[in-house]
Ligand binder design. Sequence first.
Ligand SMILES: [Zn+2]
Length: 260
Amino acid sequence: MNLYIDMGGTYTRYQIDNDNMVVVKDRDIISLLSDIIKKYPQIKQVNISFAGQVKDNIILSAPNINIKNLDLHSYFPNIKFRVENDLNCAVLAESNYWKSGDIVALYIGTGIGAGVISGGRLINGFSNGAGEIGHIPFRQAPFLCGCGKDNCVELFSSGSAILKWAEYLNMDFKTLEELPPNLYNQFLEGILYSTSILITLFNPQILVLGGGVIEKNSFLIDYIQDNISQYAFGSNLKDLEIVQTKLDNASLEGCKLFKK
Ligand SMILES: [Zn+2]
């Protein structure tokens, strides 16, 4: 029996083998795992898609979740864990769906992050931190990112950015269309900035966009298509397809594809 978990910045989704998916909010991973394993002691393997930095199945840190250097295997010694960054999981599922070995997934939800498959290979980087596009410098913000810096693009172009700006300005907006005009424009610019960096660096065949903010604002796909030539390296745009994800839970689907 296998357990698959997608731990996001806001929600945790899990599924046992091919059973129905369960969604929980604000759950601590250790207590959630204890509850599930108590109920299903037959579970031998747990694959986790995690919204943060992961290396060798250890959860190192997460800008949007309060966790540091967590080795789940030490809590549950009889279970095998395979933990991977959520965007690495998502791009694996997207690669599978679009049948492309040169694909970049840019997901904009609580945070903004990317996963890259180039030449059929997942690009992990030396410490498994490749693709952390949300934390490239963009503009100075008057508050800090979860990573400790104050100039990340994630502070302008993400779901959490909208809430942080509302709190800072003491205003009551929650969605992209409610943003004051200057923040709205910066939000869009940050998205063009992020997508153009990915397109210029990795020259993908397909750029697939997903995540809660894209789901609610699918006009962003057309917006990127119409404006990207001002930002990205021209010849990399020639045969590029920019698409919206067709998958409901790419990270969860992707973590199933990792071998033990
Ligand atoms: Zn950051």
